[in-house]
Design a protein around this ligand. Structure first.
Ligand code: GLC
Ligand code: CA
Length: 553
């Protein structure tokens, strides 16, 4: 079905995790001026939109996802003038800038929370979720926080608990309070009036909690129980989200992408439907949850998930496409090969998702095939989620080595190590001491090397971006899965008006013989290996080989 044309559907987005991108002043922390200095690099890759992870005032309990002032910039990152300059310089280069919008919770150091916790009759009391506890004064329920431990924190001052779905320094806002919502809308519009081009909306499926906060079933009699089903995508959330969109985004020509854990492909229609959706697109979690246990790529169910999203939204709404972000691990390490097939697998994974229907997102470093890291001790890790979880494991008696294995495989620090710019000391990221260790493979894996090598992952991404930009079919065309049961090869078609494309990617380290003799190959548009007999429809794919063909209708 035909999709309406929108600038954000044609765009490719690059995500910047500012702390790790580029340090302009030698304090070891990436900053806004650092982003400004690297804008030409981003433009050079062919990017249309930059998504900047949070740079707001924050005590950094969760690296900026705990905001203490929405309308100010964290000193380490720079000033509001720097931000204004970044916006202007981004626009000057014909790119757009979207910011991160973290409105499920604030920092406990936000003025609203400081007021709220000061007394039970403070006007801000109901900005957050307070509860006296059960009859004995124990925690109101057994819900587990996403970062481990209970979602409830006792507050001595007023002798009540407050709820935090994430860390205890990230109290949840009470979205049932209309004043909270209005305060947030005013803030959102302040940013939109400034001229930013949209938002990535953080953790937005958690804003509504199950009324009455009932206990979860607890057959194993655990202290706390994973609680997603009672605070994720709850009935009635749509009313809040429609209101948010009506009061803010819909008044501007901007792009929005909601982070939407817990939304499935059927439900997604409400979320991203062209006329009345809450967002332009959402980050779904089904595919990343599938590989979350780091078992590698289970390709057949993976294809089913991706295909469901492609089919459900075709002609209805729009997909956001991604394989990496600041909460995951590196794709070449977890899904591909970060050893001698790193380049081939980085390209194959890239091509696999890049030509689906939707807006592709690239996370900093993905375009040069950066890899996971293994730090020697727990102290060297920063990520609050994996550090908390590892500590809990050790407390529960899991042996240290196993706990370290866990953090190596799962820590979000895997993707947060500083960007590797060149082979000089500290990878050209900083002249000081970096806030998080640099992966010592920077000597081989870095931007300078990638720019110089015509066969780099970087140049492959650049070509993919150019090819996609020139093709209506690759942007708007419908998707069709083929070879659905093939355990190693992901192949699909994109259907255009008088052409089709075939994307075929071998996602494993074996040879796979394919037969596409039902199709008419017109042109091999892109591949990551040398192909001699370009239009031959029967061939053997080499390990991690990826090809894009243009076909006749
Ligand atoms: C989102 C962010 C993640 C953060 C969490 C709490 O999932 O992407 O980095 O820790 O929300 O704000
Ligand atoms: Ca700095």
């Amino acid at each position: 079905m035909q999709q309406s044309k929108q600038w954000w559907k044609e765009a490719v987005v690059y995500q910047i995790y500012p702390r790790s991108f580029y340090d302009s002043n030698g304090d070891g922390i990436g900053d806004i001026r650092g982003v400004i200095e690297k804008l030409d690099y981003i433009k050079g890759l062919g990017i249309d939109v930059i998504w900047l992870s949070p740079v707001y005032e924050s005590p950094n309990d969760d690296n900026g996802y705990d905001i203490s002032d929405y309308q100010d910039i964290l000193e380490e990152f720079g000033t509001m003038d720097d931000l204004d300059e970044l916006l202007a310089e981004t626009h000057k280069r014909g790119m757009k800038l979207i910011m991160d919008l973290v409105i499920n919770h604030t920092s406990d150091e936000h003025e609203w929370f400081i007021e709220s916790r000061s007394s039970k009759d403070n006007p801000y009391r109901d900005y957050y979720i307070w509860h006296p506890g059960d009859e004995e004064g124990n925690r109101p329920n057994n819900w587990e926080s996403i970062f481990g431990g209970s979602v409830w924190e006792w507050d001595e001052e007023t002798e009540e608990y407050f709820m935090h779905i994430f860390s205890k320094k990230q109290p949840d806002l009470n979205w049932e309070n209309p004043e909270v919502r209005q305060s947030l809308y005013d803030m959102v519009n302040w940013w939109l009036d400034k001229g930013i081009d949209g938002f990535r909306v953080d953790a937005i499926t958690h804003i509504k909690k199950k009324p009455g906060f009932p206990d979860l079933p607890n057959p194993l009699n655990k202290d706390v129980v994973p609680s997603f089903e009672y605070h994720m995508n709850q009935p009635g959330i749509g009313e809040h989200l429609s209101e948010l969109a009506n009061e803010t985004f819909d008044q501007y020509n901007v792009m929005t992408v909601g982070e939407a854990n817990g939304v499935d492909a059927k439900d997604a229609k409400n979320w991203v439907e062209e006329e009345n959706g809450y967002f332009d697109m959402i980050f779904q979690f089904e595919h990343v949850n599938l590989w979350g246990d780091n078992q590698g790529l289970d390709l057949v169910p993976f294809k089913q998930i991706m295909t469901r999203w492609q089919e459900e939204l075709d002609g209805v709404g729009w997909n956001a496409l991604y394989i990496e972000n600041h909460d995951l691990v590196r794709a070449v390490s977890s899904l591909g090969d970060d050893g001698d097939k790193r380049k081939a697998s980085g390209k194959a994974l890239g091509m696999m998702y890049f030509f689906m229907q939707g807006t592709p997102f690239i996370y900093q470093g993905q375009e040069i095939g950066m890899t996971n890291i293994q730090l020697d001790s727990l102290d060297e890790y920063d990520d609050i989620e994996s550090v908390n979880r590892t500590k809990i494991m050790i407390e529960e008696g899991i042996v240290f080595d196993e706990a370290m294995e866990y953090i190596w495989d799962n820590s979000r620090d895997n993707v947060r190590t500083p960007m590797q710019w060149d082979s000089s000391e500290q990878a050209g990221f900083t002249t000081g001491t970096p806030w998080l260790q640099i992966n010592n493979n920077y000597v081989d894996i870095n931007v300078q090397e990638a720019l110089a090598d015509p066969n780099s992952i970087y140049h492959f991404y650049k070509k993919m971006i150019d090819i996609r930009r020139e093709s209506e079919t690759l942007i708007y065309g419908s998707y069709e899965l083929i070879e659905a049961d093939h355990p190693a090869v992901y192949a699909y078609l994109r259907h255009g008006e008088d052409e089709k494309y075939l994307i075929v990617t071998n996602l494993f380290n074996d040879h796979e013989t394919m037969d596409f003799s039902d199709y008419h190959f017109e042109e091999l548009v892109l591949s990551n290996y040398l192909v001699t007999d370009e239009l031959k429809t029967e061939f053997t794919l080499r390990p991690y080989e990826a090809r894009l063909y243009r076909l006749s209708k």
